[in-house]
Design a binder for this molecule. Structure first.
Ligand SMILES: NC(=O)c1ccc[n+]([C@@H]2O[C@H](COP(=O)([O-])OP(=O)(O)OC[C@H]3O[C@@H](n4cnc5c(N)ncnc54)[C@H](O)[C@@H]3O)[C@@H](O)[C@H]2O)c1
Length: 484
């Protein structure tokens, strides 16, 4: 395997940085369990240097015309595309996701974000409001130093989905990747420097939760954008509240997918595959509660299990592989625990259900049928390749049950009835909904959750609002009419 050891654990002020005093973090290739590199967690000195660099850079970066900031971001997008294969291989080694996926979904998605927000940077503006003879105008200003904290499932994409709108608005950023996947954000930082981003505009520090926590409460920080689980989100949101910091919370989910009897079954099965087994099920928006209307259940299950035969499990670096391992031994144990619980609580196993007998953290794509709403596998986010298929009879019943969850990240509906499609989408309590497709998240439209799944939005014009604030300037033109 190629050497993926980075030139330093951290990236600060336009260069790699190291402090060997930080706790070691092994980078493990999930397909074999072997350690392929090591980085060090940031010490308090490293955290301070990164925040100081971001703080020192923020005024000049904010003062740079949007068109120039945008040009740098678009240049970074081009570099990401030019180096897609190299970056995809690193992403595969970091996460275990098949190269077949990373070649199209990671650096490519990051490039889309940098290109789109780069194009938008010159258009960020306020408004003029005439008030009789007086007037007011508004200025959309950056927030300052933003902290990004990432999960391990899409390390390049998560870093770029935060950096692109943040930098387009004139903020600077300190990003902490997940301790499971430290490599990819460093490459993004390198590329931003090469594209012309001044030192300190985008910095990366490594570490576990405590490093993240120390960033969130630093007085220099104006905003925190986290992608992670609900329990972590609750802690980070509470810690950010102390300083009234802005937040974006991209958290977990247990999203429903409703398949009506009039649906195109082939499309619905495709949606269920994308929404349960792509990235071995490690996707926040997955539709892991698949509600199938009475009458088509057997056909649906038969076709789903048949199409799962098309899975090619193997070395993720082999482009023929389309199903990889879970990210870590801990995630494997968690997923196997849920599979055992599904069996114990009486769900009917119709596919998979076992750890694969090979090195690394592979779990078979697993489908449970006859799942009921109260079962643990229908309530908890599993974050692995486990689909729970539930039966339903009527639209009202399905919608009520789909919404009966504290989460609200995503939802999908498959039907050929156009009225029902929009009625159901309107009734979903979720931030992102799909009609007759699943898990598509283009940069042009906002993405994020409601209820426990989060606040704020990434992507789309919405992200600009979450990385900027409005200043209102009132201009008086007449005498000042005071009462005394
Ligand atoms: N909504 C989305 O866009 C989205 C996308 C991907 C993943 N996720 C969610 O992420 C979760 C899986 O990722 P994970 O296991 O890495 O999540 P996690 O919550 O364990 O960790 C997320 C990040 O937070 C950091 N962290 C942990 N404790 C912290 C603290 N007290 N203060 C600051 N930072 C802290 C971690 O080091 C890591 O970088 C799932 O729940 C998944 O649904 C959500």
């Amino acid at each position: 395997m190629r050497d993926v050891t980075p030139r330093g654990s951290h990236y600060i002020a336009g260069a790699y940085a190291e402090d060997a005093g930080g706790a070691p973090i092994d980078v493990i290739y999930p397909a074999t369990g072997e350690t392929v590199a090591q980085v060090h967690a940031a010490t308090p000195e490293i955290v301070d240097k990164a925040l100081a660099a971001a703080d020192a850079a923020r005024r000049d970066w904010a003062a740079m015309p949007g068109v120039e900031r945008g040009r740098i971001l678009r240049r970074a997008a081009d570099l990401l595309r030019e180096r897609n294969r190299d970056l995809s291989e690193i992403e595969t080694i970091d996460t275990g996701k098949p190269l077949q996926e990373t070649l199209v979904a990671d650096a490519a998605s990051a490039a889309d974000a940098l290109e789109w927000f780069g194009g938008l940077a010159a258009t960020i503006r306020g408004e003029h409001v005439q008030l009789g003879g007086d007037w007011a105008y508004t200025i959309r200003e950056p927030l300052g130093v933003c902290v990004g904290i990432g999960a391990w499932n899409y390390p390049t994409q998560i870093a770029a989905w935060k950096a692109a709108p943040a930098l387009a608005c004139g903020n600077t950023m300190v990003f902490k990747p997940s301790e499971e996947t430290p490599l990819c954000a460093l490459k993004l930082a390198e590329i931003l420097t090469e594209a012309g981003a001044p030192p300190g505009v985008f910095n990366v520090v490594q570490g576990r939760g405590e490093v993240g926590a120390s960033l969130v409460t630093d007085p220099r920080v104006a905003k925190v954008s986290l992608t992670g689980s609900v329990p972590t989100g609750q802690k980070v949101y509470a810690a950010a509240a102390e300083g009234i910091r802005h937040v974006t919370m991209e958290l977990g989910g247990k999203s429903p997918m409703l398949v009506f009897a009039d649906a195109d079954i082939e499309a619905a099965v495709g949606g269920a595959i994308l929404g349960n087994f792509y990235s071995s099920g490690q996707i926040c928006s997955n539709g892991t509660r698949v509600f199938v209307q009475k009458g088509i259940k057997d056909r649906f299950l038969a076709r789903l299990t048949e199409r799962l035969q098309g899975i090619v499990m193997g070395d993720p670096l082999n482009e023929a592989t389309n199903f990889g391992p879970l990210v870590s031994a801990a995630q494997l144990d968690k997923v196997m625990g849920y599979i055992a619980q599904g069996k114990a609580e009486g769900a009917r196993l119709v596919a998979g259900g076992a750890r694969v007998n090979r090195p690394g953290w592979f779990v078979e794509p697993t489908v449970f049928a006859d799942v009921t709403d109260d079962m643990t596998i229908a309530r908890d986010e599993i974050f692995g390749p486990v689909a729970a298929v539930l039966d339903f009879e009527t639209e009202d019943e399905a919608l009520a049950r789909a919404n009966a969850t504290p989460y609200g990240l995503s939802a999908g509906v498959f039907t050929r009835d156009i009225d029902r499609a929009h009625r159901v989408a309107g009734g979903f309590e979720a931030g992102t909904c799909w009609i007759n497709t699943y898990n598509l998240t283009p940069v042009e439209v906002g993405f994020g959750g409601s209820k426990l799944s989060g606040v704020g939005r990434e992507n789309g014009l919405a992200a600009i609002e979450h990385f900027s604030q409005l200043k209102t300037v009132y201009v008086g033109t007449g005498p000042v009419d005071a009462p005394y």
